[in-house]
Design a protein around this ligand. Structure first.
Ligand code: FES
Length: 358
């Protein structure tokens, strides 16, 4: 007797070589298939869901047009929330309506698609068209007379829903795209450097060697409008190094005071706050993509994807010993791409930025 066994015979475990097609499970008709009342109820439910979508679209467009959006964050948040809720209802109404329609009203029977050559035969193509027609017939789309409310609300909701997204977009076209504000910050000549967030002024004597201050311009906290935007542009890091460690770039001999230097806190890569200071190496590290700037050498990039140094804020000391700005930054702060916009070029000239209005 042979000791090897034919692996396909499965004689040892009685497993058959092929299985019979088990066929389709028993088909249970849905309530809407057998009960006209249930069918009507499902129709009303679907129409109600499409109605929710219509209401959502109206809410989104109405909020955009009627609500007054001021510069305050709370106002912006409220208007955006109202538009968002409208869009949410517009989309979810259509989504749930379509699903409920398919699950309760469309014809519920098994479809079998036989395998065939890649290109359908003429017969197959004609069959596909017929299937589409049957599908339209099943879904009730073609039965406008039979389900006028359902088809009407469905079509209306689908035509209207894109407006919830498009209207605000189109409405914003032609708005103020002047980007020259990116070239300026609120720093100006004589403005004191103050602590972030309480706004108390900083004396030169407060800044010991190795310390770092997060700084905002004097008066920022009192701004009634655009406070967040102005802060996002004007934040500065103030540091004191041993003057012997400082390499002062040409033309900036009077921009620092006794080893105290001020640099924009906004990374020149894509604008994260550069806030990690390594006292020993004098390196400032951006936590987003690890760009590293050497504060002792004009905040030049020593590592990472940033392409230009952090802009330096020229500082001086006033009669009372407080640190003040000599002017605005001499170049646009933040990501380098602002400097490529032609209408920010006026931000590159220090004489224009001194005492500039915003
Ligand atoms: S934003 Fe600073 S390294 Fe990318």
């Amino acid at each position: 007797m042979s000791t090897t066994e034919n692996p396909t015979s499965h004689e040892s475990d009685n497993t058959p070589e092929s299985f019979e097609d088990p066929g389709l499970p028993y088909h249970r008709p849905r309530r809407a298939d057998v009960d006209p009342k249930a069918e009507k109820k499902a129709e009303r439910q679907v129409a109600a869901l499409f109605g929710v979508s219509i209401v959502g679209t109206v809410v989104a467009i109405g909020s955009y047009m009627a609500l007054d959006m001021t510069d305050e964050i709370d106002s912006i948040r409220f208007v955006n929330m109202a538009i968002g809720i409208g869009i949410f209802l517009a989309m979810i109404g259509i989504g749930f309506g379509a699903i409920h329609w398919a699950k309760t009203l469309m014809r519920d029977h098994e479809m079998v698609e036989e395998r065939h050559e890649l290109r359908s035969s003429e017969e197959g193509r004609a069959g596909a068209i017929q299937n589409l027609k049957d599908g339209a017939e099943d879904s009730g789309i073609s039965g406008v007379k039979r389900r006028p409310v359902l088809v009407g609300t469905g079509v209306f909701a689908m035509l209207l829903a894109p407006l919830a997204i498009l209207w605000p977009q189109i409405g914003n076209m032609g708005a103020d795209w002047n980007t020259s504000n990116f070239g300026h910050t609120m720093w100006r000549k004589g403005m004191r450097l103050t602590r972030d967030p309480d706004g108390t002024p900083i004396k030169a004597s407060d800044v010991t060697i190795g310390s770092a201050f997060h700084v905002i311009p004097e008066g920022l906290n009192e701004l009634e409008h655009h406070k967040i935007e102005e802060k996002a542009k004007a934040v500065v890091l103030l540091l004191r190094l041993d003057p012997r460690d400082l390499k002062i770039p040409e033309g900036r001999e009077d921009w620092s005071f006794d080893g105290i230097v001020a640099y924009s806190k906004i990374c020149t890569h894509v604008g994260c706050p550069v806030a990690l200071y390594e006292q020993q190496t004098h390196h400032l590290l951006c936590p987003c993509h690890q760009s590293t700037f050497d504060v002792s050498d004009g905040a030049k990039v020593v590592f990472g994807p940033a392409k230009r140094p952090l802009p330096q804020l020229p500082i001086a000391i006033d009669d009372e010993g407080y640190i003040i700005a000599q002017s605005d930054f001499h170049e646009p702060i933040g990501p380098s791409y602002w400097t490529r916009l032609s209408d920010t070029s006026d931000g590159l000239h220090a004489d224009e930025t001194e005492g500039s209005s915003h």
